[in-house]
Design a protein around this ligand. Structure first.
Ligand SMILES: Nc1ncnc2c1ncn2[C@@H]1O[C@H](COP(=O)(O)OP(=O)(O)O)[C@@H](O)[C@H]1O
Ligand SMILES: [Mg+2]
Length: 267
């Protein structure tokens, strides 16, 4: 199982939207995919229509080690897609993780236990909250790779820079080995055939922060993604298959990683 964490220290940059479209695409292509919701606002659980009551197993019980497979719910009407959801009470998990000492590797340890059961997944996608909280840190600590969505505007570039520094700091601590997989310019503004001047300048700035090979084709600003989520449709169903291109590119990157793992096991 390869774990990919969607991370950005600012809200509204596209973390949950990215996990939503990527997870559905992976599942549609036949990859057994597990989504983890580490955000007390539980947007990705809501987007995927898995709402749990406080007395039901969720990500908090999974982190505590009280449950493993009992916390995993199938996403309705979609083969291959599963989620460990969050609920309203998740905020207290920050105190639990802080008190547990090695909170940063807590999720990774729990996922290792899961992969030793009969239930293994091809990919695990982790959605994180927008602050450098314990929940966010354990999400980064669990990952093999991370992806940062960022709006191509001044705030987005600043938030990308801050997020990259925060992850680098965590990696420098030595216990976490995650690697950057990609940056997704999110809500890229175009007017007809032209990209807005602000978007173009911001994407140029982004390519000064990371090698341009990490920058995905952008996710264009549109009202369709919100509609797709609320009506449980695909972007293609709503007549905008092109919008899915950045996520298709991410799937290609992830498939390459899977093949690499396969080759290294064969050798
Ligand atoms: N292509 C798009 N263009 C414009 N808005 C979008 C697009 N895709 C998603 N959104 C909206 O952007 C907002 C923020 O996205 P979200 O994924 O919730 O960010 P985060 O998880 O980082 O807080 C949501 O209201 C979502 O509906
Ligand atoms: Mg979110």
């Amino acid at each position: 199982m390869k774990t990919l964490t969607s991370v950005s220290l600012s809200g509204g940059q596209g973390k949950s939207t990215l996990v939503y479209f990527l997870s559905r695409l992976l599942a549609l292509q036949g990859f057994k995919t597990l989504v983890l919701d580490l955000d007390p606002q539980h947007n990705i659980s809501t987007f995927l229509r898995v709402i749990v009551n406080p007395d039901e197993a969720s990500i908090f019980e999974f982190l505590k080690g009280e449950t493993t497979i009992e916390s995993i719910y199938p996403v309705p009407n979609l083969d291959n897609l599963f989620i460990i959801p969050a609920d309203d009470g998740l905020e207290v998990a920050n105190d639990f993780l802080a008190a547990s000492g090695m909170g940063i590797i807590r999720l990774r340890n729990q996922l290792n236990k899961l992969s030793q059961t009969h239930l293994d997944f091809d990919f695990c996608l982790v959605d994180t909250p927008p602050q450098k909280s314990q929940l966010c840190m354990t999400g980064i600590g669990s990952s093999d790779y991370f992806v940062i969505p960022a709006e191509p505007e001044v705030k987005g570039v600043l938030s990308l820079n801050r997020t990259l520094s925060a992850v680098n700091e965590i990696v420098a601590s030595g216990v976490v080995h995650t690697q950057l997989l990609a940056i997704l310019p999110f809500r890229d503004k175009w007017f007809g055939l032209n990209r807005s001047i602000e978007s173009a300048a911001a994407i140029e700035q982004m390519s000064k922060l990371v090698d341009s090979s990490f920058i995905l084709p952008s996710f264009r600003e549109s009202t369709i993604p919100k509609k797709a989520i609320s009506t449980n449709s695909t972007l293609a169903d709503l007549g905008k298959p092109d919008l899915a291109f950045p996520f298709e590119q991410l799937v290609t990157k992830l498939e390459t990683l899977k093949d690499e793992r396969h080759l290294s096991t064969v050798r």
